[in-house]
Design a protein around this ligand. Structure first.
Ligand SMILES: [Zn+2]
Length: 170
């Protein structure tokens, strides 16, 4: 917590002499005394409600819900070598990496895809196929092709294997 300065002498050496809820619990009213000039003053401590808003393609807005994102991730990562902890870390930490009060749902999709791409190809493709709207099947195939061309080593599964596995599991 940032140092609280006395409004009279600007000392930050103050102490709470009593506190009680105010605004039906939405704020805490504290009576403080300055240890330097010994004058008393009142502070209000209020929790800030800053929900991240999601702008949907339809133009509708809704509050960002990490549980919803986690549910989608869990489906895409079903039986894949990705831990629950990794998914939770991403979903619950998501808001902390957004510096604007609002975000497009497409941007959430983009970031989620980038996260999955680094972890697991199958989960990535599943998420891509289910939650991202493509204007055409061609674009989807193109996306998978690009993923394949980024693969240098032959130890990675082939595109055919990925497609097969993705189709089997979903
Ligand atoms: Zn003072």
């Amino acid at each position: 917590m940032a140092a609280l300065k006395c409004p009279f002498c600007s000392s930050d050496d103050t102490r709470v002499v009593n506190s009680r809820p105010s605004d039906e619990g939405a704020a805490i009213r504290r009576r403080r005394e300055c240890n330097v000039c010994h004058r008393r003053f009142t502070t209000y401590e209020r929790a800030q409600f800053e929900a991240l808003m999601v702008r949907k393609r339809s133009g509708r807005r809704e509050v960002f819900d990490p549980d919803k994102l986690l549910a989608k991730l869990s489906i895409a990562c079903n039986k894949r070598p990705i831990t629950d902890k990794q998914l939770r870390g991403f979903a619950y930490g998501f808001e902390d990496d957004v510096s604007t009060p609002e975000i497009d749902s497409e941007e959430i999709g983009r970031r989620t895809l980038a996260f999955l791409k680094a972890l697991d190809d199958v989960a990535y493709i599943r998420f891509l196929s289910v939650y991202r709207d493509f204007d055409s099947v061609d674009r989807f195939i193109e996306e998978i092709r690009q993923l394949g061309s980024n693969r240098g080593e032959t130890t990675q599964p082939t595109l055919e294997q990925l497609a097969e596995e993705s189709a089997r599991d979903t």
